[in-house]
Design a protein around this ligand. Sequence first.
Ligand code: ATP
Ligand code: MG
Length: 552
Amino acid sequence: MAEVESRPTNFIRQIIDKDLETGLHSSVHTRFPPEPNGYLHIGHAKSICLNFGIAQDYQGTCNLRFDDTNPEKEDIDYVNAIKEDVSWLGYQWDGEVRYSSNYFDQLFGYAKELINKGLAYVDFSTQEAMREMRGSLTEPGQLSPYRDSSPEENLALFEKMAAGDFKEGECCLRAKIDMASPFMCMRDPVIYRVRFAHHHQTGDKWCIYPMYDFTHCISDAIENISHSLCTLEFQDNRRLYDWVIDNISVEATPKQYEFSRLNLEYTVLSKRKLIQLVEEKHVSGWDDPRMPTIAGIRRRGYTPTSVREFCSRIGVTKQDNVVEMGVLESCIRDDLNENAPRAMAVLEPVKLIIENFEGDVEWLDAPNHPSKEEMGTRKIPFSKEVWIEKDDFREEANKKYKRLVLGKEVRLRNAYVIKAERIEKDENGEVTTIYCTYDPDTLGKAPADGRKVKGVIHWVAAKQAVPAEFRLYDRLFNVENPNKVELAEALNPNSLTVIQGFVEPSIKDVEIGVGMQFERTGYFCRDKDSSEALPVYNRTVALRDTWAKMGE
Ligand code: ATP
Ligand code: MG
């Protein structure tokens, strides 16, 4: 990443500063540890920016480690999508991608170490019995009848587990900690279970798989992670994390720190719920531009810079909160306002004929950005027939309406002043054609006789314009917190509007995903669904914040 972004400090950076100062660590090693069981969402972006951002700023390193201990739910396609998303955000992981499964041999060894120390045992209790013996928040648990079997016995049983001698659910390996602990995760947690599942990395080598809590801390230790950053729901698990590290012979002693998850209004940030949206076909896929996935917002037209800026604006704390959608939108709006070239497109066209225009076509120069001359100009065709927005014409209107009114004048953006002379309507009373005259002496200047023309509207020349499809997006859910309700019922039926209009010819072949401002209508980018005959444009965001008033 070339540009330097200023990042505000936060409690984690303060801890790191102190650890470097006191010499507890001489360098910073972080990691981003996704489970490859779905696509990344904007919440993950917060964690990515935090982990990679810290590594960058402290000249440390950040690993990308797939936390792949649930083979049934994981998939190599998710691995690839996650790699693409992290790279797109502008970050480079240290060395090769890592997998917890790289450490399965070592994890197996550490499990045996715990057994040898009398700190783990193979339990044949049924899952139901184990649940009953766990106790509750107010009552201690009961000791399993298998808890006191000898290390030798346990070792032999564990080897048999690994050899495939037991069925799934028949037994498991548990850490022997404290059945009376106020932290439920310390009541002899399961650390290995039997699963006859094919693994996307290790194939059929294993039929026992380690649990997350056991795997995560050891993987951090093996990779020499100095600061293991995760979200608050793992706060209690830190006890177990530390217990494992303390009781096995690893050299590094990584420490875990927790921060609050990102929650965003009017959307869901949970892979389980996002999978549901995809599987039940409420959206077109993981990269549907209405999805809060990184793939979705990328397709929608968000830039990596805007997502990093968002993560910087929301900050990192331990307080739970819900961020307004407007915060995310203002980040992309600010970026595109500054950097996106301008063009003209008419989304809901009505024909306008300039009766006194002579000749075929006149090519005009239009600036690509109103305040950045260095972005250059482009040629736009002007001719006798143009399209304007239906909404930009009225037969009658008061002074507040600064667009075209019958008998009055308006300026066509980057072109001339026109006057609406008469109209034609269809049998339903809809205006089909607006007949105008233009003042040829108004290109780039006000009318010579001092007439005041206030309004400016956008347009495209009918003959040269390219037919296009526009996809306009609204919030995916109608309720502020869709996590609390049945997903399907909370969906906004009008989250996607597809309309057909025209764009100026200069942008016909613009690259997919590159943001543009269609003047007066919003920021758009070309979608991958475009064909030679019909380009498709996604509206990334409207020109102004529409969320504020929606909430009222
Ligand atoms: P989900 O609940 O969406 O399934 P997860 O926590 O199970 O997410 P992981 O793949 O395990 O997803 O997450 C990888 C990292 O991203 C973890 O460190 C996790 O804490 C972090 N993370 C996940 N969701 C958020 C969020 N909403 N805000 C901040 N960080 C998050
Ligand atoms: Mg998880």
